[in-house]
Design a protein around this ligand. Structure first.
Ligand SMILES: [Zn+2]
Length: 279
């Protein structure tokens, strides 16, 4: 069985970040979705096909870049209509939001969407069933980390474990975000703020430890994390929140490149999630 890695990104504005949502006035200058292009170029350099979970609200701002992604062979999947967590919606609202966003993106980009990642990783077994019933082939929202307070808990009891990160049931797949045993609990090493914020020598140690026995890996990032640009003037944020937004952005793309090289060296095969199961 080949080892498999999935490079993903959640395509959203800086203002969709939970920290800023409804706390800062939107200014397109700091929205930063366009930094998706840096990620596309990096994946292209290594001939890797990635999966991009797109918010419908970002669509009009970066349509050209998304077309560039499609032309380069990457997969466009769904992150939602806006960044509202599914946990803040009734099932009916969740269905309506999801279908509307899917249709908007599909029509605008002339593609077919197969996969979904919930804003704030807000997923549970009931929402997974809804996604399957709506015709999605897969979800990739299972983070299950105690510090990500809004993230859900997926049991996947009746799923078949195909890889450490991949479980399936009746042709529907869950791609869980990677984590490793560290200290007395778990440390997500799947990207986002975790790889950016934790000191590099620490995270590198745990990534190498994970890769020793891992058969699969899921990485994710956000466009703003790849930007070197200025951040808006924060007023209502505490120092921890400010650090989360500021730290490690300059060096992040280099860290991702290091990860890609390491994955290649370890013999991982890169796939877009929607191509899982195909050769
Ligand atoms: Zn998101």
């Amino acid at each position: 069985m080949n080892k498999v890695a999935f490079m993903t990104i959640d395509v959203e504005s800086l203002y969709d970040s939970e920290l800023l949502k409804d706390r800062m006035q939107y200014d397109i200058k700091y929205s930063y979705e366009s930094y998706l292009k840096i990620y596309i170029d990096l994946l292209n350099k290594y001939n890797i096909k990635g999966t991009f979970f797109v918010l419908a609200s970002s669509l009009s701002k970066i349509k050209d870049i998304l077309k560039y992604a499609i032309d380069s062979g990457h997969e466009i999947a769904l992150h939602g209509l806006d960044h509202t967590s599914p946990f803040e919606m009734t099932d009916e609202d969740f269905i309506n939001h999801t279908l509307k966003a899917k249709e908007l993106i599909e029509n605008e980009l002339n593609i077919k969407i197969k996969g979904y990642r919930a804003p704030c990783f807000g997923i549970d077994d009931n929402k997974l069933k809804i996604l399957k019933d709506l015709g999605f082939m897969y979800d990739s929202s299972n983070l299950d980390f105690h510090l990500a307070k809004k993230s859900g808990n997926v049991k996947l009891d009746d799923f078949n474990k195909e890889y450490m990160c991949v479980a399936s049931k009746d042709g529907f797949y869950e791609f869980s975000l990677s984590k490793v045993k560290a200290y007395s609990g778990h440390l997500p090493i799947s990207g986002g703020g975790y790889i950016r914020l934790v000191p590099w020598f620490v995270i590198k140690y745990y990534i190498k430890k994970y890769f020793k026995t891992a058969d699969s890996y899921v990485f994710y990032a956000h466009p703003f994390e790849l930007s070197n640009g200025k951040l808006p003037k924060f007023k209502n944020l505490n120092w921890k929140e400010k650090l989360y937004l500021k730290i490690g952005r300059k060096s992040y793309i280099k860290k991702i490149e290091y990860l890609i090289k390491l994955l290649k060296k370890k013999g991982f095969e890169f796939k877009a999630m929607g191509n899982y199961g195909n050769n």
